[in-house]
Design a protein around this ligand. Structure first.
Ligand SMILES: CC(=O)SCCNC(=O)CCNC(=O)[C@H](O)C(C)(C)COP(=O)(O)OP(=O)(O)OC[C@H]1O[C@@H](n2cnc3c(N)ncnc32)[C@H](O)[C@@H]1OP(=O)(O)O
Length: 443
C-alpha cells in the first residue's frame, strides 16, 4: 500500500460534526508517544480493563506503531488529556475462499466513554473509518466484535463464527489416527520462529483467518507483560508436531492450572492450536487429550465444526459451550470484493444491493466462470437471460462473502429477496465454501 494510511485525515464532516458538540476529533501520530499512551489508557478504560502498567504501555506503543490511531477529546473535562473516545485501524490480510488473501481495513479499539455514550460519537467514528478505508484502497472493512447489536447499522454482517469447546478428557478416549510423526516440547523462541510459518500455511486455506501480529504471538506465548488473567499468568507450554520428514506441520500452546490440594483435576487452557495437515491436527489433539493430571480442556476461539468429537470414542466428551459471531465484514467496493474470491459453481447473478450509508448501492452483474473466478459489471435494464436476480443488503452480502452463511437461510429469514426462481439456492451453490470460515484470534 503506497499511501500513508496512518495519516489519512478524518473528513471535515466528521470533525465538524463532533465540534458542534464541543468535541475534538484528531489522529494521534506515532511520534506523539504521550498522546498515544493516554489513548491506550482510554482504550483500557473503555473495555473495563485495569490501567496499563508503564511496561505494558511501552509494549502496546510498539504494537500500535503502524496503526492509524484516532482520539476524541472533551477539552472541558477535568482529565482533558484522556480521550473520551478511541478507534484504531490498519490494512490486514484476510483469507477468502480459494484465492489470494484480500487486504481488508481492520477496525479495532472502538470505545466511547460511558460519560459520553449515545450521542452519535461511535457513528461518526465508524462512518469516517469506512471513508478512510476506501481512500486507503481497501475494498472491505472488518472487525471482531464485543456485541452483535452495534455494527449492522453500518453495513457490517457476521461472516465467521468462533466456538469455545470444553472437553472432559477422562472418559473421552482417543480413537482418531495416531500419525507417525512426533510431538515435542519447544522453547518460546523456537515457537516464535516456527509458529508463524505453520500458521501462514494453514491460514491460506481457511476463509476468515487473518494475519497475526508479532505482538499477538507474544501474547499467545505469555511473553507480554503481566496480565490479570490467571491462565495467562501460568507458564505457557509450547509443543510442535513434525511429520515423518521432520517438517513442522502443527503447533499448540497451552497452560495448566490445578487445585494445589487435588493435583489430578487440572484444567488445560488451549491458547492456540494450528495445523497445516490433518495428521498434525490429530497428533496434537491426541497429545492434549491424553495428558495426565488434566481432566478438562478449555479451548476458546475454535472452529464451530471441529473434527475432534469424531476422533473420540465418547463424542459427547467434547462439547461447544459457546458459539458466536466473531468476524464481521463490511463490503465497500462490491466489484473488487466479489472478484477477489473463488466460487464453487459457475453461474450468473444480478445482485441489487441496498446500502443505507450510500457507499455500495446499485445493480451488479456477477458472472462466475467454470474455473471459479468471477467478473462483475454495473448493470441497468432488464435481467439478463438466465441470470438469477436477488435483492439484498450490503450487510447480508458481507455475511455471505466467505461462504459460511447459507443464502437459502437468509431468504427464509426474509433478508434476501428472490426475483427469479431458485435464486437463493443458486447463490448458495456458488458462494458455499467447503472449508467453514473461522477466525481464531481477536484484533
Ligand atoms: C471493533 C470493536 O472495537 S468492538 C468494541 C466495541 N466497544 C465496546 O464494546 C466498548 C464498550 N462500548 C462503548 O464504548 C460504546 O457503547 C460503543 C462504542 C459501543 C457505542 O458508542 P456510542 O457513541 O454510545 O454509540 P452511538 O451514540 O454512536 O450509537 C449509534 C447507534 O448505535 C446504537 N448503539 C450503540 N451502542 C450500542 C450497543 N452497545 N448496543 C446496541 N446498540 C448500540 C445506538 O443506540 C445508536 O442507534 P441508532 O443508530 O438507532 O441511533
Amino acid at each position: 500500500m503506497s499511501i500513508d494510511f496512518a495519516r489519512i485525515p478524518h473528513s471535515a464532516a466528521a470533525v465538524d460534526n463532533l465540534a458542534t458538540s464541543g468535541l475534538r476529533l484528531s489522529l494521534i501520530p506515532k511520534e506523539d508517544t504521550l498522546g498515544r499512551a493516554a489513548w491506550l489508557q482510554a482504550d483500557a478504560q473503555g473495555f473495563h480493563e485495569a490501567e496499563h502498567s508503564p511496561a505494558k504501555v511501552t509494549e502496546l506503543l510498539e504494537a500500535c506503531a503502524p496503526h492509524r490511531v484516532t482520539g476524541v477529546w472533551d477539552d472541558s473535562a477535568e482529565r482533558a488529556g484522556l480521550p473520551i473516545a478511541t478507534a484504531r485501524s490498519w490494512p490486514m490480510a484476510l483469507s477468502v475462499p480459494g484465492a489470494t488473501p484480500v487486504t481488508a481495513w481492520a477496525i479495532s479499539s472502538v470505545t466511547v466513554a460511558p460519560t459520553h455514550r449515545r450521542r452519535g460519537i461511535a457513528r461518526t467514528l465508524l462512518t469516517s473509518e469506512l471513508l478512510t478505508a476506501r481512500e486507503a484502497g481497501c475494498s472491505i472493512a472488518m472487525l471482531t466484535v464485543t456485541e452483535a447489536t452495534i455494527y449492522g447499522r453500518y453495513g457490517f454482517g457476521p461472516a465467521a463464527w468462533a466456538a469455545r469447546w470444553e472437553i472432559a478428557t477422562a472418559g473421552a478416549n482417543w480413537v482418531g489416527s495416531r500419525p507417525a510423526g512426533r510431538v515435542q516440547f519447544i522453547t518460546a523462541e523456537s515457537a516464535l520462529r516456527s509458529g508463524p510459518e505453520v500458521y501462514e500455511r494453514a491460514r491460506a486455506a481457511t476463509p476468515g483467518e487473518v494475519e497475526l501480529s508479532p505482538y499477538w504471538w507474544k501474547v499467545l506465548l505469555g511473553l507480554n507483560s503481566a496480565s490479570t488473567d490467571e491462565a495467562a499468568n501460568s507458564t505457557v507450554r509450547a509443543v510442535r508436531y513434525d511429520d515423518e520428514d521432520g517438517v513442522a506441520q502443527g503447533i499448540a500452546f497451552y497452560t495448566v492450572t490445578a487445585d494445589e490440594q487435588v493435583m489430578a483435576n487440572g484444567t488445560l487452557t488451549l491458547k492456540f492450536l494450528v495445523s497445516a495437515t490433518d495428521d498434525a491436527y490429530a497428533a496434537l489433539w491426541q497429545f492434549l487429550i491424553e495428558i495426565d493430571l488434566v481432566c478438562t480442556i478449555n479451548a476458546p476461539l475454535r472452529a464451530v465444526d471441529e473434527p475432534l468429537p469424531w476422533q473420540l470414542r465418547d463424542g459427547r466428551a467434547a462439547h461447544k459451550v459457546g458459539e458466536r459471531d466473531h468476524l464481521w465484514l463490511r463490503i465497500i467496493d462490491v466489484p473488487a470484493t466479489l472478484t477477489a474470491r473463488r466460487y464453487s459453481h459457475p453461474d450468473e447473478f444480478l445482485l441489487t444491493i441496498t446500502d443505507t450509508l450510500g457507499l455500495a448501492n446499485g445493480n451488479v452483474l456477477l458472472t462466475i466462470a467454470e474455473d471459479g473466478s468471477a467478473t462483475t459489471c454495473a448493470h441497468t435494464g432488464a435481467v439478463p437471460h438466465g441470470a438469477a436476480h436477488l435483492t439484498l443488503t450490503i450487510a447480508d452480502l458481507g455475511s455471505l462473502y466467505l461462504g459460511g452463511v447459507n443464502a437459502e437461510t437468509l431468504a427464509s429469514a426474509g433478508r434476501l429477496w428472490e426475483h427469479t426462481p431458485h435464486a437463493a439456492a443458486r447463490l448458495e451453490r456458488s458462494f458455499h465454501s467447503t472449508v467453514t470460515p473461522r477466525t481464531g484470534s481477536w484484533f
